[in-house]
Design a protein around this ligand. Structure first.
Ligand code: PLP
Length: 430
């Protein structure tokens, strides 16, 4: 099926990138469970290795099942190409890799998934990269943090652990003025709720582990390229603009134009970093994406109902959900994610840390897990788990204070979820 932009989201989530299998007519995308592909002849092999012809060589680089997923996610996000990776964290490293080198920095929001805070504040230092954490509501601070060595700006659209929406229009304008790309982690929103490229993002990353697959079965990640950034406008991005020694001096941007970043991600990133999604995982994720809009609608409906119920309950100190009028981000919902503020939010339990722990242990439908974006409702107490490695200041800045629990609202009956929270809150605060 062609990607005519006239098709709606619901049609594209089922069809984009896929067609009946040319070999068998199989209607569902087959799982191409193969490591390698037979070359037509020696000349064909040479052309593939020289990047003169696009085709399949080895599944660390390309695989037909993954290719369908890549095209589907790129289409839903409004990008030109995508690279599937083994996890969301792999996608983040893959996204930064072509842009960074030792001594370079990335300016990032303080409001991020806990694992990303750790990846950026600790692990990337081993590559000689650094991250500068800034409050993205303080636009002067964002501008001030960018210097000649900054190679990207990074934030989440709807930020984990919930309740905060980044004003992507404002942040992308700052990145644009500085001549560097904005990378948006769109995991919590999905392209159904938010399309960061329409707000000026150059790259979009996903943990497909979450809503995209949707049922907690496989880990995965994707990097989507808008195809809109001019990598040759400055000498800041030599991996994309300068001759590449590993491909006989080929220049990615000059050769592949808007697809430069995607081709680099496959031909250099997957080839040499090897953080490849396996085709089984791509299959599960494709199955999940077929129902993305239906699930997200229910996730949002349930989240709105439960957030309102919690906010009115006297055992609860506050609820941070951008879909509530009390949220400072409420006005951004219409602009950034008009179909709803997602299904991830936090609330503070009267009684603090101990009450939170008791609440988590008393719930029956909600599962206590370090995951989100499942059909099942999930709960976690970030201060004792995902955000445990952070300092008290980092916890507070990330919205993960000791009295706070995070909910990922599933697609069950909202009334059953409310009844479960009700009985558990009684036990936790008695
Ligand atoms: C889970 C998550 C990640 C990391 O993804 P993995 O698939 O677990 O590696 C990154 N960002 C956000 C917002 C997440 O929720």
């Amino acid at each position: 099926m062609s990607q005519a932009p006239t098709y709606g989201f619901d049609t594209l989530q089922v069809h984009a990138g896929a067609r009946p299998d040319p070999a068998t007519g199989a209607r569902q995308t087959p799982i191409y469970q193969t490591t390698a592909y037979v070359f037509r002849d020696a000349e064909h092999a040479a052309a593939l290795f020289n990047l003169q012809e696009v085709g399949y060589i080895y599944s660390r680089l390309t695989n037909p099942t993954n290719a369908v997923l890549q095209e589907r996610v790129a289409t839903l996000e409004g990008g030109v190409g995508a690279v599937a990776c083994s996890s969301g964290h792999a996608a983040q490293i893959m996204a930064l890799f072509p842009l960074m080198s030792p001594g370079k920095n990335v300016v990032v929001s303080t409001r991020l998934y806990g694992g990303t805070v750790t990846q950026f504040s600790q692990t990337i230092k081993r590559f000689g990269w650094s991250a500068r954490f800034v409050d993205f509501d303080d636009t002067d601070a964002v501008k001030a943090a960018i210097d000649d060595d900054t190679r990207a700006v990074f934030c989440e659209s709807i930020a984990n652990p919930g309740g905060y929406i980044t004003d992507l229009d404002v942040i992308s304008a700052i990145a644009d003025a500085a001549g560097i790309p904005l990378i948006v982690d769109n995991t919590s929103a999905t392209p159904y709720l938010c399309r960061p490229i329409e707000h000026g993002a150059t790259l979009v990353v996903h943990s497909t582990t979450k809503y995209m697959t949707g049922n907690g079965t496989v880990t995965g990640g994707v990097v989507v390229d808008s195809g809109k950034f001019d990598w040759s406008a400055s000498d800041k991005f030599p991996s994309l603009s300068a001759p590449e020694p590993a491909y006989h001096g080929l220049k990615f941007h000059e050769t592949f134009g808007p697809l430069a970043y995607t081709f680099h991600g496959i031909a250099i990133g997957l080839r040499d970093l090897g953080m490849t999604m396996n085709p089984q995982a791509a299959h599960y994720t494709l199955m999940g994406i077929e129902t993305l809009s239906l699930r997200m609608e229910r996730h949002v409906q349930n989240a709105e109902k439960i957030a309102k119920w919690l906010e009115a309950d006297e055992r609860v100190d506050f609820v941070t959900y951008a879909g509530l009028e009390s949220s400072p981000c409420f006005k951004r919902v219409k602009k950034i994610c008009p179909r709803g503020a997602g299904a991830l939010f936090t609330f503070a339990v009267r009684g603090g840390y101990d009450a939170c722990v008791k609440l988590v242990d008393s719930l029956e439908i909600f599962s206590h897990v370090a995951n989100l974006g499942d059909t099942r409702s999930l709960i976690i107490h970030p201060a004792s788990t995902t955000h445990r490695q952070l300092t008290a200041e980092q916890q507070e800045a990330a919205g993960a204070a000791p009295n706070t629990v995070r909910l990922s609202i599933g697609i069950e009956d909202a009334d059953d979820l409310i009844a479960d929270l009700d009985q558990a809150l009684s036990k936790a605060t008695s």
